[in-house]
Design a protein around this ligand. Structure first.
Ligand code: C2E
Ligand code: MG
Ligand code: MG
Length: 666
């Protein structure tokens, strides 16, 4: 388009030049013909009997020219001098003088030939005989012949803007004379070419103006289209947020690298990454911060891999790294660790310091997938396993993962129905006061009576409920059911309910608890809410604020599974924690491991100095019970004294038995 218009422009200018040249040639030629014809008329009128001059040695003699002709010459000279402002009125006696003068001044020289070519007369500048030699074709021989034989007016252009016109002079049907008139067109040509140049310049300017605008518009449009095409091409293959290759490009790359791995017999790896709990960042800090974090993560990923590896983004917080030519699966594991370490360094984004961890699934090629899609899917399965296993870790793909994942999806669907179908139950496990062996309270523990699988332990379905968001609904149900039941218990018996970290994010817990406690009539002062150290990992101001408001309601916060988390004890002084539950893994290794004994001793001492109740979980043997009592632990909970049961009546019976167990040991 642009080049088309440019070509049109050039063609128009060149064509215009040729047309102007052609037109000016035609005008000059017509002018020369007219002048020569007029001059011949004038000359032959005045030049009496040219034949009489024949044979005179120098041609035209002054006396042969009439006074009228001389007057014409003189008028010509005069007009030429006064060319700047000729005033025809001055010479009113001869109105044709001006026009005559104009053309006469252009007569450079002339010759009167006889029909046979003999010169009858020639003008003053006749010394240049050769120039008038009609036997010389270049000097006008052919033109003379045409004028003489055919009676045609012929024009022969000569150098220096002179046109030689051969005018056949007729008397009746005969052509006795041929008059060759050299017309000097220097002035006319200069004037004409000046005018032509001016016209061409104007035309050029108008053309340039007229064409420049559409050409410019066309050029801009073309440029925009090309840019848009480039952008579209880029977007088709790249993720618009991070600029990393997108799924399409990643897949193509994977197909090629799988082909290479097979041809060269070497290993390759696909690392499928997902940021842990990225949704929280989006929910808490907004999508702009979430996006900025993703861009940061993309940068760190690229910095962690080799130049030959490819990092792509599949969408959301999912990234993929394709590593070619690795020596062994170990190299992929090292790369996964490197990536986890790089991403774990807190990100300073939009004024927030964000700590995120990453789960990674690894598939090793060419064995872990028939094709690129299967390969990616298997890496994704390994990622799902890494998440189920507790996040912030990597897992290699294994053949049975697919089945496990299918089962997990199935459970997730069935869990959605569980609440509605009344398949959930709460069991209650007693907690004993070591000072006198009485039941201080019960912990509510969720059970799922699954029609196909039987009693499903919470450790299996709670993480699924957390991931799918079902935990809010289930948690609320547990809270309502347990407090409604506990409201019927003896007044000194407490109730402990477990809270998932996810419940802190998706619900206004304080509002929920106020409503539930009001509905069920259970006093806040008898309620323990068990949280885990994991919650404090995302120790946002909101979590701390919620805990403080719960505390203000009179509810006690208990730190569950103490010792398995991040064991930063500083939060114990900053948070309103009133109870610490030592994780059962410590209790299980008491006695035969002096290090654990020392740890448990320290925790108990810490509780005493902070005025926090210490409960030991998972107490199964009398020796564990004895150790705990000896070191000053406040409460115990475990199969030794009482198992979780659906009714407190049963639990109370067990509680009674438990109390005697405790007193016996004591
Ligand atoms: P947890 O809060 O630490 O609960 C104690 C777990 O230890 C219970 O397992 C209980 O049955 C088990 N246990 C008690 N005494 C012994 C013992 O002597 N030996 C052994 N080996 N185990 C003992 P359970 O009921 O399977 O619950 C597992 C976890 O599921 C709980 O750990 C808690 O974190 C979570 N959970 C249970 N119910 C709920 C709930 O309603 N909401 C939430 N968010 N989490 C819950
Ligand atoms: Mg608990
Ligand atoms: Mg626990």
């Amino acid at each position: 388009m642009f080049f088309g218009l440019l070509l049109l422009c050039i063609a128009t200018v060149v064509g215009g030049l040729y047309a102007a040249r052609w037109a000016s040639d035609r005008i000059l030629r017509a002018d020369a013909e007219a002048i020569a014809t007029q001059w011949t008329e004038l000359l032959m009128q005045q030049f009496r009997n040219p034949a009489a001059a024949k044979g005179t040695d120098r041609g035209l003699h002054v006396e042969m020219i009439s006074s009228q002709l001389l007057a014409a010459f003189q008028a010509a000279a005069k007009d030429a001098d006064a060319a700047a402002a000729p005033k025809p009125a001055e010479d009113a006696s001869d109105p044709g003088a001006f026009h005559r003068g104009k053309f006469v001044s252009q007569i450079f020289r002339y010759v009167i030939f006889g029909k046979d070519g003999a010169i009858f007369a020639k003008s003053g500048r006749f010394d240049d005989v050769h120039a008038l030699d009609i036997s010389d074709q270049s000097a006008g021989g052919g033109a003379f012949d045409r004028a003489a034989a055919l009676g045609e007016l012929t024009v022969l252009p000569l150098p220096e803007q002179i046109q030689r016109v051969f005018v056949p002079y007729r008397t009746g049907r005969a052509i006795p004379y041929i008059v060759a008139v050299d017309v000097d067109q220097y002035a006319a040509m200069t004037l004409l070419s000046g005018v032509m140049n001016l016209v061409m310049a104007f035309t050029g300017v108008f053309m340039a103006g007229g064409l420049a605008i559409p050409v410019f518009v066309a050029w801009r449009r073309t440029r925009e289209i090309l840019r848009a095409e480039d952008r579209l091409k880029f977007l088709a293959l790249h993720d618009s947020l991070t600029g990393l290759p997108n799924r399409v490009q990643l897949r193509e790359h994977l197909v090629r690298s799988m082909g290479r791995a097979e041809r060269h017999g070497c290993l390759m790896a696909v690392l499928y990454l997902d940021l842990d709990r990225f949704k929280i960042v989006n929910d808490s800090f907004g999508h702009a911060t979430g996006d900025a974090l993703l861009v940061e993560v993309a940068g760190r990923l690229e910095a962690s891999v080799r130049d030959t590896d490819l990092v792509g983004r599949l969408g959301g917080d999912e990234f993929v790294v394709v590593a070619e030519e690795i020596e062994s699966p170990d190299c992929a594991a090292q790369l996964a660790d490197r990536i986890r370490d790089a991403i774990a360094v807190p990100h300073h984004v939009n004024g927030h310091d964000l700590a995120v961890s990453t789960s990674i699934g690894i598939a090793i090629g060419p064995d872990d997938g028939r094709d690129a899609d299967a390969f990616l899917k298997n890496a994704d399965l390994a990622l799902a396993r890494a998440k189920v296993d507790g996040r912030n870790r990597f897992r290699f793909f294994e053949e049975d993962m697919d089945a496990a994942l299918q089962e997990r999806r199935r459970i997730e669907q069935e869990l959605q129905q569980a609440v509605r179908l009344d398949q959930l139950e709460v069991h209650y496990q007693p907690q004993f006061d070591l000072s006198d062996g009485h039941v201080s309270g019960y912990e509510a523990l969720l059970r799922w009576q699954h029609p196909r699988l039987g009693s499903v332990p919470p450790g299996l379905f709670i993480p699924i409920a957390e991931d799918s968001g079902l935990i809010s609904e289930i948690g609320e149900w547990v809270l309502r059911t347990a407090t409604a039941y506990a409201a019927t218990w003896p007044e000194d018996t407490r109730l402990a309910v477990n809270l998932s970290p996810a419940q802190f994010k998706h619900q206004d817990l304080v509002d929920l608890l106020e409503r539930v406690l009001e509905e069920t009539g259970f006093p806040a002062e008898r309620l323990d809410l068990e949280i885990t150290e994991g919650l404090l990992l995302q120790q946002t101001d909101e979590v701390i604020d919620t805990l403080k408001r719960l505390d203000a309601l009179g509810i006690s916060i208990a730190m569950d599974d103490f010792g398995t988390g991040y064991s930063s004890l500083s939060y114990l002084t900053r948070l309103p924690v009133r109870k610490i539950k030592i994780d059962r893994s410590f209790i299980a290794s008491l006695g035969d491991n002096s290090e654990t004994n020392a740890i448990v001793n320290t925790i108990v001492g810490l509780g005493q100095s902070l005025n926090v109740t210490i409960t030991a979980e998972g107490v199964e043997t009398p020796s564990q019970l004895r150790f705990l009592r000896d070191c000053g632990c406040d409460e115990v909970q475990g199969f030794l004294a009482g198992r979780p049961a659906p009714r407190i009546l049963d639990a109370a019976a067990e509680g009674g038995a438990g109390a005697s167990v405790i007193l016996d040991v004591a």
